[in-house]
Design a binder for this molecule. Structure first.
Ligand code: HPA
Length: 270
């Protein structure tokens, strides 16, 4: 793994990805943030040595380097999911690359279903803690201890200071920003009613198919991390409607302007 990481980092440095301070994973509902970045370099994932190749069609699959609010950023435009057939090590490889390039902070967005029925479709939720239901760990491989502490502490995986700043920004902009626990499943099938009931009992406020692997690796690398979900559907087991992907995307698009304000204002403070 170290050899692969070095090879990829050397390639990106030669392309001009110089000393980014912040890494951003643009999930569903934050794609338009790219418009505000002064792009200096960009490379398709399928040109980057050792990168998994992009398959999710509504994600563009590019690594972008540029400036946002005066900060040097490296941005994943599109992310990898286990449901596409990648391993947890593949999915999180880009986080290791961004860290080696120099980032100190990782910001993540995603789309999630609302398990907490006080939270509504189209609203945002700051992730304060998570439950890993992906069935394994991105740290479960030989040699992980050469890259960081194998028994990574997860007592506070999301940076309390960044989260406090997010809350202040949301308040200042009269924006609803719920706070909660995100459960990460593999997917790609949505949940059954019995699974939504289970997730609620487990203490989840939202459920999605991403983010937790990247957050675990970011903690392994001692990065500061924060993540925001856009709630795209309401997972009420007693009144469950069939979930439509176009509806999910449209709810995410509606919430996007608020998500963009949150991220841009936060980056100003970093
Ligand atoms: N379940 C899992 N993942 C999701 C959902 C959901 O209801 N909504 C958006 N991503």
């Amino acid at each position: 793994m170290i050899k692969l990481i070095n090879e990829t980092v050397d390639y990106l440095k030669a392309k001009g990805f110089e000393a980014p301070e912040i890494g951003i994973i643009l999930g569903t509902g934050l794609g338009q943030l790219i418009q505000d970045i002064r792009i200096l370099k960009e490379v398709s994932y399928n040109h980057i040595p050792n990168f998994p190749t992009a398959t999710v069609e509504f994600h563009k699959g590019k690594l972008v380097y540029g400036e946002l609010e005066g900060k040097r950023v490296v941005v994943m435009e599109g992310r990898f999911h286990v449901y596409e057939g990648y391993t947890l090590q593949d999915v999180t490889f880009p986080v290791r690359i961004m860290e080696k390039l120099g980032i100190k902070t990782l910001l993540v967005s995603n789309a999630a279903g609302a398990i907490n029925l006080d939270y509504n479709k189209g609203e945002l939720m700051l992730i304060e803690d998570h439950i890993n239901l992906q069935g394994s760990s991105p740290l479960a491989f030989t040699g992980v201890d050469q890259l960081g502490e194998r028994f990574t502490d997860m007592s506070a995986p999301y940076d309390p200071q960044i989260n406090a700043t997010f809350k202040t920004i949301a308040h200042r902009h009269h924006m609803i920003l719920h706070v909660g626990v995100y459960a990460s499943v593999v997917g790609p099938q949505l949940e059954t009613r019995a699974e939504y009931r289970m997730l609620k009992i487990l203490g989840a406020d939202a459920v999605g198919m991403s983010t937790v692997p990247e957050i675990i690796v970011a903690n392994h690398l001692n990065l500061k991390v924060a993540a925001v979900s856009v709630l795209t559907d309401e997972c009420d087991p007693d009144n469950l409607e069939p979930i439509s992907i176009p509806d999910i995307i449209s709810a995410a698009t509606k919430a996007e302007p608020n998500m963009i304000i949150l991220f841009k204002e936060l980056i100003k403070t970093l």
